[in-house]
Design a protein around this ligand. Structure first.
Ligand SMILES: O=C(O)c1cccc(C(=O)CC[C@H]2O[C@@H](n3cnc4c(=O)[nH]cnc43)[C@H](O)[C@@H]2O)c1
Length: 214
């Protein structure tokens, strides 16, 4: 059986995923903290404690308007560092173009397909595409519009995926990001975030993982 490390940003997400997974021996859920730097550091540390076969970044996330709705579940095709690069005369140069590596890590296609199929069978509304990792939660329509123009396949944003994936990539491990949509991206209106529904969806993602990987 594959040994899987799941990283969530906060305790509430960890508990939701664990409620779905239940008691199993081959899957560990650990706290990554908020943001890509802490997520990368904690994932790298967690990977030293066991011989893992796969890493997942799971949690709630924001959905881009007209591409996702609150309650949807996003399965990543690629994990993208959305703001890693340089501004240049009104344009954005990702680090790829600067020659310093890559701003994307491709998700494990097999597990992405399996998860999408399983969750769809369970009646969840599944979307696939790029999940952006940002250090700053988008808070204006202007930034949201700029991001969907820059990343035409982006459906969701969160703050940890690329960090988790960067640590996994150091060990050549496959990675997948799963985000349940708690809010739409744009002007910050925390009162409109449906965290309860998003955590309930994360529990279903946990159950799907248990059914697929144990
Ligand atoms: O307040 C709570 O009860 C609560 C429960 C679970 C999670 C939270 C968080 O605030 C988690 C922060 C986490 O969420 C991701 N996230 C969610 N929406 C967005 C977004 O629009 N843009 C970027 N990130 C988002 C992110 O990964 C944070 O780490 C609160």
């Amino acid at each position: 059986m594959a040994k899987i490390l799941i990283m969530t940003a906060v305790e509430a997400e960890k508990e939701a995923v664990e409620r779905g997974i239940g008691e199993v021996e081959n899957i560990n859920v650990e706290i990554a903290g908020v943001g890509p730097a802490q997520a990368a550091a904690r994932t790298a540390f967690a990977l030293t404690s066991d011989n893992y076969d796969m890493v997942m970044s799971i949690g709630i996330g924001g959905g881009f308007k007209n591409r996702a709705e609150i309650g949807d579940i996003m399965i990543s095709e690629r994990l993208v560092a959305g703001d890693l690069g340089a501004e240049s005369k009104g344009s954005f140069l990702p680090i790829d173009e600067l020659g310093f590596g890559s701003n994307e890590i491709v998700a494990d296609a097999t597990s992405a397909e399996q998860m999408a199929k399983k969750l769809t069978e369970k009646g969840e509304k599944v979307r696939t595409g790029a999940v952006l990792t940002l250090s700053t939660v988008t808070g204006t329509e202007e930034t949201a519009t700029m991001l969907v123009q820059r990343f035409t396949d982006a459906c969701a944003e969160a703050m940890e995926g690329f960090g988790v994936a960067s640590a996994a990539a150091e060990k050549d491990l496959p990675v997948l990001e799963v985000r349940s949509i708690s809010n739409l991206i744009g002007p910050r209106e925390k009162e409109n975030w449906n965290i309860k529904e998003a955590l309930a969806t994360l529990e279903k993602a946990g159950l799907a993982i248990k059914e697929l990987f144990t």
